[in-house]
Design a protein around this ligand. Structure first.
Ligand SMILES: Cc1cc2nc3c(=O)[nH]c(=O)nc-3n(C[C@H](O)[C@H](O)[C@H](O)COP(=O)(O)O)c2cc1C
Length: 221
């Protein structure tokens, strides 16, 4: 990953054409294929899920990150493009970002890949926008659920924002249950300053953060 960012930076520095220099968009990195069968029953997963706020200092594997992304927003119906979590009118206004010590990436459901957005560790900056809740820097990964309300507004008008909040709940619960099934854990975080978090993450206009889900191996297990 570091090599990709270094190459991008060099490409900009070496551009001697005299025109405006634009950093090339980094290529999405494919994630390992998700599995759709596991050993823990749904009932057991629901019964065991608990919010956990202390994590071991262990990075998640690409397989674990891929599986968590799939549970949140993965395509589960190749023909219609429908996803793991329901969406009003199948308009899919929600986006899923993954923040780790290495950077922030956007999950691309169609490719089951991560597109790098920001390099470097932004966990402390995000934590500061979230009442300094320590689990955000402690967690090796935080799933960031964002909304582009406009996508739903054409059809649902003034109910679009409500639908986005409801969809964030579906996505977060899928991720939390998937985490449990992988013997990971997390906590849904709703207490953060909307504008500051959106600013730290340099989100494009119209996209806003709705929910954060820090995840990792529970410290006590
Ligand atoms: C909408 C929402 C927002 C939440 N925000 C936070 C938060 O900012 N910080 C936190 O530590 N827990 C947060 N939680 C987690 C709750 O505190 C937790 O779910 C509750 O204590 C019940 O415990 P359980 O999840 O283990 O069942 C939030 C939960 C929900 C549903």
């Amino acid at each position: 990953m570091k090599a990709t960012w270094i190459c991008s930076a060099l490409a900009v520095l070496l551009d001697t054409s005299g025109g405006p220099t634009m950093a090339p968009k980094p290529e999405p990195r494919p994630l390992p294929a998700p599995v759709s069968a596991g050993s823990m029953s749904l009932e057991e997963t629901i019964a065991r899920r608990r919010s956990v706020r202390e994590f071991r200092d262990e990075a998640l594997t690409p397989q674990q990150i891929g599986q968590l992304c799939w549970a949140g927003q993965g395509i589960t119906d190749r023909h219609g493009g429908h996803r793991a979590a329901p969406s009003a009118g199948a308009l899919y206004p929600m986006e899923l970002l993954v923040m780790t010590a290495d950077g922030v990436s956007r999950y691309r459901p169609r490719d089951h890949a991560l597109e790098p957005l920001l390099a470097g560790d932004h966990r402390r900056a995000v934590q500061q926008t979230a009442l300094d809740q320590q689990m955000i820097t402690q967690a090796p990964a935080t799933m960031i659920i964002t909304a582009v309300v406009e996508r739903a507004a054409a059809k649902y008008r003034d109910r679009a924002e409500r639908y986005c909040f409801i969809e964030a709940g579906h996505i977060a619960q899928n991720i939390l249950l998937q985490a449990e099934a992988l013997e990971l854990a997390g906590v849904p975080v709703g207490a953060f300053e909307d504008e500051k978090t959106t600013e730290v993450l340099k989100l494009p206009p119209g996209e806003r953060v709705v929910y954060l889900v820090p995840l990792g191996k529970p410290r006590q297990h």
